[in-house]
Design a protein around this ligand. Structure first.
Ligand code: NAD
Length: 356
């Protein structure tokens, strides 16, 4: 039996404690260090992990304790600095989404990881959700016919961020799902939005993505919504799926519903759409926390040397899409070409760990 991997978590704010909890539950991991600039936060989280040494800055953590891997859960503007130092010190890195503040930073991290042979993975959490994996199976198995349209809504009150707008904060979740289902990158996108609270930081955005073959996706993100909404619709030529991530058990509904146009008609009087209303069924979804699957996949990749499902290349693609969204926002919602800027992506196909 191999000794457990020594893991340190940087960032003990809202999200970091969830990662610390998840890694601490994995028997292949020894959570040896926690780090946060904020003494109060560090103290509160450290109390739960007496075995982990507490550090106020990540350089001291890298120098002060043996680590195999570093988990970065700090604000986006700090991801590059912390991930770069960790990779250069020979540590495997899991970094929160979005991977970095711009694509140049992402590309540098990918280069360093490739040079040092370290795993570089981004937490695109929903790729590890059993519900999303099930939808991907259905879509790629052909049951929906041809997937034509995806709509996603991720709305709630806050949490307001000071360094990124709501598209950079929330849309990565929906974008990762859209790319997985479409299996390719969009050719163009446009983004409209507005700031109602902090000038210059959009708190509502509507992102539209155009894919080859007249396929389309829309993603609505908001921090100023009274309800919490996590919903998506997948429309195929034969069937449709709705996905409500807030439902504890019945997250996915598959509708045998479609609209058919008559193949030929002479005049408008003859023209009639045919609406097909068939059965609706709810597949059983495994009850596993996506975060647990994601953390397990990171450890699997370290042990096996496999490329993660959400590795550095996928994180870079995501940041390029977010940059394109920002460019469109600055141009008042004008379309921005996306496809030519990206390497071909195959966001599907990687096997998840057996224990998922
Ligand atoms: N995957 C998800 O579902 C999910 C959910 C929420 C947040 N996130 C991501 O997690 C990251 C953190 O978000 P959050 O909401 O926890 O932010 P937060 O502001 O609540 O916490 C960040 C923490 O990092 C600390 N910090 C900042 N700079 C540091 C540095 N140089 N060294 C050490 N500590 C430092 C801060 O003191 C703070 O405690 C972001 O990238 C965010 O997008 C992901």
């Amino acid at each position: 039996m191999k000794p457990p991997l020594a893991v340190g978590v940087v960032g003990c704010g809202y999200w970091g404690p969830n990662l610390a909890r998840s890694f601490n539950l994995d028997p292949r991991v020894h959570l040896v260090a926690l780090c946060d600039r904020d003494e109060g936060r560090l103290g509160r989280v450290s109390k739960n992990y007496p075995q982990a040494r507490a550090f106020h800055d990540f350089e001291s953590m890298l120098d002060g304790v043996h680590l195999d891997a570093v988990v970065v859960a700090t604000p986006v503007g700090t991801h590059h600095e912390i991930a770069k130092a960790s990779l250069l010190a020979g540590k495997h890195v899991l970094v929160e989404k979005p991977m970095a503040a711009n694509s140049l930073q992402c590309e540098e991290l990918v280069r360093i990881a490739s040079g040092t042979g370290c795993v570089l993975m981004v937490n695109h959490t929903y790729l590890y959700s059993p519900a999303v994996r099930r939808i991907a199976e259905i879509v790629h198995g052909g049951e929906l016919g041809e997937l034509k349209y995806i709509n996603g809504q991720r709305l709630n009150l806050g949490l307001f961020q000071s360094d990124i707008n709501v598209a950079w904060d929330l849309a990565p979740h929906d974008l990762s799902i859209v790319l997985l289902m479409m299996g390719e990158l969009p050719v163009a996108l446009n983004c409209q939005g507005n700031s109602h609270v902090n000038p210059g930081i959009e708190d509502v955005t509507n992102l539209s993505l155009t894919f080859p073959g007249q396929r389309f996706a829309t993603i609505q993100s908001s921090w100023i919504e009274p309800r919490k909404v996590r919903q998506m619709t997948f429309v195929g030529t034969r069937k449709m799926i709705t996905y409500d991530d807030l439902q504890p058990l019945e997250k996915i509904r598959i509708y045998d519903t479609r609209v058919e146009c008559p193949p030929h008609y002479e005049d408008f009087a003859e023209f009639q759409y045919s609406y097909h209303y068939g059965d609706c069924y709810l597949p059983r979804i495994e009850q596993v926390e996506p975060l647990k699957v994601m953390c397990g996949h990171f450890i699997d990749c370290i042990l096996s040397g496999d490329e993660p499902l959400s590795g550095g290349a996928r994180g870079t693609e995501m940041v390029r899409l977010l940059e394109a969204a920002s460019a469109s926002l600055r141009a008042g919602g004008a379309p921005v070409a996306a496809g030519s800027a990206f390497e071909p992506a195959a966001a599907t196909g990687t096997r998840l760990p057996a224990h998922s």
